[in-house]
Design a protein around this ligand. Structure first.
Ligand code: PRP
Ligand code: URA
Ligand code: MG
Length: 209
């Protein structure tokens, strides 16, 4: 079964509070999502492998450590996942970015894929799927299926806020996928919104409501 990690770093939790606030406007919302994504990237990269190197300091030769060059792929789920890409790239500048376009039908809550474009070598990369919201889990579930169908083997999922229902879906369908969250919320409402949540992440990021 995949692991679920709630990243409880105080800076992440503090910024998440302002992301949730209904009085936070689009510009500030976008900046906060960017910042929290960077902080989450810091936590999610904690176990990246290192290798030994030798470095000449001004004083002497030192045995040092450098990243072992693991290839990373960031996979934002459009639209809202786009808000998490730059923050991640700040810390992982060599990562490649693939896009999965999905929208959730507001009546049926079923996800519909409308776009996919991935790096050609996804099977060699450690992929991090990005979406601020994990609600019913349908969208992330479909995105992960799509990636696996195209050869991806190593996938993690990173979301700002999740409902228990969505986490359960991913755990059942993709027990190999670890999930990294800013917060695990209480439930879904009758329209499939996360409670207490933060509203519609895409609309708040792009000012479309
Ligand atoms: O877990 P689920 O029940 O599938 O819901 C979560 C999805 O809903 C939102 O996308 P939305 O369909 O609003 O598209 P958008 O990002 O373009 O606004 C959100 O960004 C997730 O992708
Ligand atoms: O609460 C939710 C649920 C799905 N999508 C969102 O943007 N917000
Ligand atoms: Mg939306």
């Amino acid at each position: 079964m995949g692991n679920v990690f709630v990243l409880d770093h105080p800076l992440i939790q503090h910024k998440l509070t302002y992301i949730r606030d209904k009085n936070t406007g689009t510009k500030e919302f976008r900046e906060l999502v960017d910042e929290v994504s960077m902080l989450m990237a810091f936590e999610i990269t904690r176990n990246l492998p290192l290798q030994e190197a030798t470095t000449e300091t001004p004083v002497t030769e030192a045995t040092t450590q450098v990243l072992a060059g693991k290839k990373i792929g960031l996979i934002p789920i459009l639209r809202a996942g786009l808000g998490m890409v730059d923050g991640m790239l700040n810390l992982l500048p060599a990562a490649k970015v693939g896009h999965v376009g999905l929208y959730r039908d507001p009546e049926t809550l079923t996800p519909h894929e409308y776009y996919i474009k991935l790096p050609s070598d996804i099977s060699e990369r450690e992929l991090i799927v990005l979406d601020p919201m994990l609600a019913t889990g349908g969208s992330a579930n479909d995105a992960i299926h799509s990636l696996k169908k195209r050869g991806a083997g190593n996938i993690r999922l990173m979301c700002l806020v999740a409902a228990p229902e969505g986490v359960e879906v991913i755990k059942q369908d993709h027990p190999d996928v670890d999930i990294y969250l800013g917060a695990m919320d209480d439930k879904l409402d009758e329209k499939g919104y996360i409670v207490p949540g933060l509203g519609d992440a895409g609309d708040r990021l792009f000012g479309t409501k």
